[in-house]
Design a protein around this ligand. Structure first.
Ligand code: ADP
Length: 403
C-alpha cells in the first residue's frame, strides 16, 4: 500500500513515497523555488538493492499545480517512478502547519474540512495557505486516493489551559483564538514514541523533555506520553533562539520598535522572524559556521552560542520542575542529532537534575537512536533521529482502514 507524503510550503513542495505498513521509502524529493525564474527539482529513488539513484532538473515551474504535476509525472516515469497510474497511491498525507483548536488528530480531508482550514489560516498566514493549495491540487491529481491532513499543532492539543493560555483578557482567546498552540508536533510525537520504545518504557508512563534543534527550534515537556507544554506559542516564533528567529523576548520590545523607531508591523515581523536568532547575533543562521567561529574566539559567535545554549538549559530546568519525574532528555533534528558540542554544552551543569553525559558516547559517530548518559546518570539522554514524513505516513495509514 503506497502513501505519498506532501509538505507544501509557499515556494516549495517536499514529497516522499512510502510502502506501508513496511515503512519502506520508495522515493523522495523536492521542488524548490516554485514561481521563480528557475525552479529546481531534486528526485531520489531508493532501489531494492539498497542503492539510491538521483535525478536533478532545472526549469520553470510557475505554481503549485505545475509542481505537483511534475512530481506526479516523475512517480509515473519508467526510469524514475514506481507506479503506472494515480490510483496506486492509496493515500496522500499532507503536512498542515496550523490546526487551531479544531484539529487535534489526523483528519480525512473533505470540502468541509478545507473550509475550516481556510477559516483558521489567519493563525499561520505564511504556511497554511500554501498547505491548502497543495491539498487542492492533490485532490485533483489523485481523486481516488484517501487524503489526510496531519497537523504540526495536533500533538500539543493535550496541553492544559494553564500552560497554553496567555495572561491577557479571556475575550482575546475566545473571540480570536489567541493562545499558545505549539509546533513541530509530528517530530516531538515521533521521537518521544521512538524513545519510549528504545527504552522499553510504556508510552503512557513515559516522562521526557524533547529538544528539537533544527533551523526552527522547540522544546516539549511530555508527561505520560502526551505533550503538556512546549516552547513555541501562537506562532513558531516564541521560545528557543533559532537560526533566524528571536525566540522569547519581552513583548514591549515590539512596542518600542513600532513607537520609537517607527517600524511597521511588517518590518518588525521580518526582523524577528528572518533577521534575528543566530543570524542577528552572529551574522549566520548556520550553527556549524557559528560554532567554527566560536572556536576561533569570535566574540559575536561566542555570545550567540552561549545565549543559544543558556535558553535551552532554562527551558529544560523549567520543564523538569513541572514534570516532577524525568525519564529521558531527547535530542533531535539537524543540530540535536549532529552536534556533540551543543549536546555537551546543554548538559553541562545539569547534574543536579540527574542529567550526566558520557563524553565518549556523545562523540561516537552513530546515526541511529542511541543513549548518551553516563553510568551514574539518573536520566536517560538520547539522540533520536526525527522523521516527520514517516510520522505523517504512520498517522495517515490507520485512516485508510476505515475507507
Ligand atoms: P530544518 O529545521 O530546516 O528541518 P534541520 O533539522 O535539517 O533543519 O537542521 C538544520 C540546522 O542544523 C542548520 O542550522 C545546520 O547548521 C545545523 N546542523 C547540522 N549539522 C550540524 C552540526 N554537526 N553541528 C551544528 N549544527 C549542525
Amino acid at each position: 500500500m503506497k502513501i505519498l507524503v506532501l509538505n507544501a510550503g509557499s515556494s516549495s513542495i517536499k514529497y516522499q513515497l512510502f510502502e506501508m505498513p513496511e515503512k519502506n521509502v520508495l522515493l523522495a524529493g523536492s521542488v524548490e523555488k516554485i514561481g521563480e525564474a528557475s525552479s529546481l527539482v531534486n528526485h531520489k529513488i531508493y532501489q531494492q538493492d539498497g542503492t539510491e539513484k538521483k535525478h536533478e532538473e532545472n526549469g520553470v515551474i510557475s505554481g503549485h499545480s505545475d509542481a505537483l504535476k511534475r512530481i506526479f509525472s516523475l512517480l509515473l516515469d519508467a526510469e524514475w517512478g514506481v507506479i503506472r497510474e494515480a490510483k496506486e497511491i492509496s493515500a496522500v498525507g499532507h503536512r498542515v502547519v496550523h490546526g487551531g483548536e479544531k484539529f487535534s488528530k489526523p483528519t480525512l480531508l473533505s470540502s468541509e474540512v478545507l473550509e475550516e482550514l481556510r477559516k483558521i489560516s489567519y493563525l499561520a498566514p505564511l504556511h497554511n495557505p500554501a498547505n491548502i493549495r497543495g491539498i487542492e491540487v492533490a485532490l485533483e491529481i489523485f481523486p481516488d486516493s484517501v487524503q489526510v491532513a496531519v497537523f504540526d499543532t495536533a500533538f500539543h492539543q493535550s496541553m492544559p489551559d494553564y500552560a497554553f493560555r496567555y495572561a491577557i483578557p479571556e475575550r482575546f482567546y475566545r473571540e480570536n483564538g489567541l493562545r499558545a498552540y505549539g509546533f513541530h508536533g509530528t517530530s516531538h510525537q515521533y521521537v518521544s514514541r521512538e524513545a519510549a520504545r528504545f527504552l522499553s518504557i510504556d508510552e503512557s508512563r513515559f516522562n521526557a523533555i524533547s529538544v528539537h534543534l533544527g533551523n526552527g527550534c522547540s522544546i516539549t515537556a511530555i508527561s505520560n506520553g502526551i505533550s503538556v507544554d512546549t516552547s513555541m506559542g501562537l506562532t513558531p516564533l516564541g521560545g528557543l533562539i533559532m537560526g533566524t528567529r528571536s525566540g522569547d523576548i519581552d513583548p514591549s520590545l515590539i512596542l518600542f520598535l513600532e513607537k520609537h523607531l517607527n517600524m511597521t508591523p511588517e518590518q518588525v515581523d521580518k526582523l524577528l522572524n528572518k533577521e534575528s536568532g543566530l543570524k542577528g547575533l552572529a551574522g549566520s543562521n548556520d550553527l556549524r559556521e557559528v560554532i567554527d567561529r566560536y572556536q576561533h574566539q569570535d566574540p559575536a559567535a561566542q555570545l550567540a552560542v552561549e545565549m543559544y545554549v543558556y535558553r535551552i538549559k532554562k527551558y529544560i530546568g523549567a520543564y523538569a520542575a513541572t514534570l516532577g519525574r524525568l525519564d529521558a532528555l531527547i535530542f533531535t533534528a539537524g543540530v540535536g542529532e549532529n552536534s556533540a558540542f551543543i549536546r555537551e554544552k546543554v548538559c553541562q551543569g545539569l547534574e543536579m537534575l540527574g542529567i550526566e553525559l558520557d563524553q565518549d558516547l556523545n562523540t561516537a559517530a552513530v546515526r541511529e537512536t542511541r543513549a548518551l548518559e553516563s553510568a551514574s546518570g539518573k536520566v536517560k539522554i538520547l539522540v533520536v533521529p526525527t522523521n516527520e514524513e514517516l510520522e505523517i505516513a504512520l498517522q495517515t495509514y490507520p485512516l485508510l482502514a476505515n475507507q
